[in-house]
Design a protein. Structure first.
Length: 250
């Protein structure tokens, strides 16, 4: 979904931006084939009542209010329901990023400008100076979102947020277990001994890399061998497991 042209509405200030997704899908794409002839499977939209395949132009959306009873919506009716800020990224306030649990983060886009927009650079510098992130609302495709805009990677980054009703956070009383001082001391030491610096470039997609190697292997007419897996020792006693883990990390 490249080059989405939009505008940030910051009170009476209008900032033209171009949105591009930051994340790309790294999965290897497979097609489904018929085992017998190895031809691709096609998916047809079929109406069992009329007993025929249906064209896209013959399909409308329906909401089931009872079993097999539908309220029908046409595209032009749904278009009337879109918020007024459909073509805007409408800033509604500013918050500290620490107030937003990362659980609510959904998808990120980088925002750049195709013009010499002074307002864009002013907004970037103001976000940096105040150490705030903008809370905004917008529409992408057919979906309404709240989102945040922050400074990162020498530009602005917009991240859409899940709604509270979409986030399933467990509630209720937490079961209390008695933890001994020695267990806590060992757990803290184990965490400290395993402290690392987060470097995303180091963390590769092992499964996808194995698939790509397997594709090359099969193209060469060779047989795929199983991935070597390290044996794992299961220690049931918590104190013993902590002591052994700490010893191995050292």
């Amino acid at each position: 979904m490249p080059n989405i042209h939009s505008n940030i509405s910051f009170a009476l200030v209008n900032i033209p931006v171009i949105m591009n997704p930051i994340i790309k899908n790294n999965d290897t794409s497979f097609n489904q084939l018929h085992t017998k002839c190895l031809n691709r499977i096609k998916y047809l939209k079929y109406c069992p009542h009329c007993k025929k395949n249906v064209k896209e132009t013959e399909i409308v959306k329906g909401y089931a209010y009872l079993k097999d009873e539908y309220i029908v919506f046409e595209k032009k009716e749904l278009d009337k329901l879109k918020p007024e800020n459909e073509k805007l990224i409408d800033v509604i306030g500013f918050v500290n990023i620490s107030e937003i649990d990362p659980t609510y983060y959904q998808k990120s886009y980088y925002l750049k400008t195709d013009s010499k927009s002074k307002a864009y650079y002013l907004f970037v510098e103001a976000l940096k100076k105040t150490k705030k992130v903008a809370l905004a609302k917008t529409v992408l495709g057919n979906k309404f979102y709240y989102c945040i805009i922050r400074f990162a990677y020498d530009c602005m980054v917009l991240t859409t947020l899940y709604f509270a009703e979409e986030v399933n956070i467990p509630s209720g009383e937490k079961e209390v277990k008695k933890i001994t001082p020695k267990e806590m001391d060992l757990a803290v030491k184990l965490i400290q001994s395993m402290q690392v610096k987060f470097t995303p470039e180091k963390y590769l997609d092992e499964y996808q890399n194995n698939i790509k190697k397997a594709i090359d292997t099969k193209l060469k007419g060779k047989k795929i061998s199983s991935v070597k897996r390290k044996p794992r020792t299961q220690v049931n006693d918590l104190l013993t497991a902590l002591e052994k883990s700490l010893k191995e990390t050292k």
